[in-house]
Design a protein. Structure first.
Length: 328
């Protein structure tokens, strides 16, 4: 629901210093949402008391949680919904102890008012991942959605059979992500739209490969961007809690939809978007090359060159990460 992010709307519900985690699809979104929460609490929420579910503590305004939902009525329910534990939902996403709130988005600067003049000072964390690794992650991710969610939205996303990845023909998810596919904007469009904003002061654009290879360094970088001072002990604690291995032990990432109003189709107390524990797959680097045939990988690389090759620095960074080219 892009209405939430319009220039004349965003300041009605955001505060100075709020963070929008606008990472690419399957490029570490839940990873960064939870990590931002660890940074804002300095690792002190040891039992995740303030993080009952990723959708509750770090809301996703993009998502229409009901079939006939609109941003205006859903916006009100963020503030009025009472959860089964008796707390208002805002107790978790707008807790008075937080130095900033955290919101999820998959939008780009086309929808997000990054360079708006005046008003609330909002920060944006964006992240790109190697494209064929995104394809490798999204393929099992589609199949991990619950039947309850799939039935609510007319069968989307489809289940992808495991054998589809062993063919020399791209599986449906890869076809959809390739140029001309109906999901191509999720990767190629995302990279091209965020790249020009990489040096904006209110944007932290990172690469998944860099973060996975140096988590502690990037936790420190994110904390600095968010103006949170961490002692060495706090940095170590936050880094450990941000790690994928720790997150796999935390059952808070199945994505509930507490604002849903589709009676009989969705149980807001129990139903989740993703099957329990399935939000994390391997979370690694180089997974695409291991999952798909050489022919499919070659087809993807050709698409990268066609779509991103007009800017050699952008193409290289999108594939491998590393440092940005110097500003000239």
């Amino acid at each position: 629901m892009p209405d939430a992010w319009k220039v004349d709307e965003i300041d009605t519900w955001m505060k100075d210093g709020d963070l929008v985690v606008a990472t690419g699809t399957k490029a570490g979104t839940t990873f960064m949402l939870y990590c931002a929460h660890q940074i804002r609490t300095k690792g002190t929420d040891v039992n995740d008391d303030l993080y009952p579910d990723v959708s509750i503590a770090t809301p996703w305004p993009d998502l229409r949680q009901s079939r006939a939902g609109s941003w205006s009525e859903q916006k009100d329910r963020y503030n009025t919904t009472i959860l089964p534990d008796g707390h208002e939902m805002r107790h978790y996403w707008d807790h008075p102890s937080y130095p900033f709130r955290v919101f999820k988005s998959h939008y780009t600067p086309k929808e997000l008012p990054i360079r708006k003049k005046g008003g609330k000072k909002i920060k944006y964390l964006a992240m790109v991942r190697n494209g064929i690794d995104v394809a490798a992650s999204i393929t099992p991710f589609f199949s991990s959605h619950t039947d309850r969610f799939r039935n609510l939205w007319g069968g989307f996303p489809p289940k992808i059979p495991e054998h589809a990845t062993r063919s020399d023909e791209p599986p449906p998810t890869v076809k959809d992500l390739l140029p001309g596919g109906h999901l191509s904007e999720l990767y190629f469009g995302y990279v091209k739209k965020w790249w020009p904003y990489r040096n904006d002061p209110n944007v932290l654009l990172m690469h998944y490969t860099n973060v996975r290879r140096d988590l502690k360094g990037h936790v420190a970088k994110i904390a600095s961007f968010l103006e949170v001072e961490l002692s060495e002990e706090e940095l170590n604690t936050v880094t450990e809690r941000c790690g994928i291995e720790h997150m796999k032990k935390v059952n808070r990432f199945d994505y509930k939809m507490p604002l849903n109003t589709d009676k009989g189709l969705w149980d807001v107390d129990k139903d989740t978007i993703v099957d329990e524990g399935k939000i994390f797959q391997k979370g690694g680097v180089g997974t695409g090359g291991a999952m798909f045939s050489d022919k499919v990988v070659a087809q993807w690389k050709k698409a990268e060159e066609d779509e991103l090759g007009h800017d050699a620095d952008m193409l290289k960074w999108a594939r491998d990460g590393g440092e940005f080219p110097p500003v000239v």
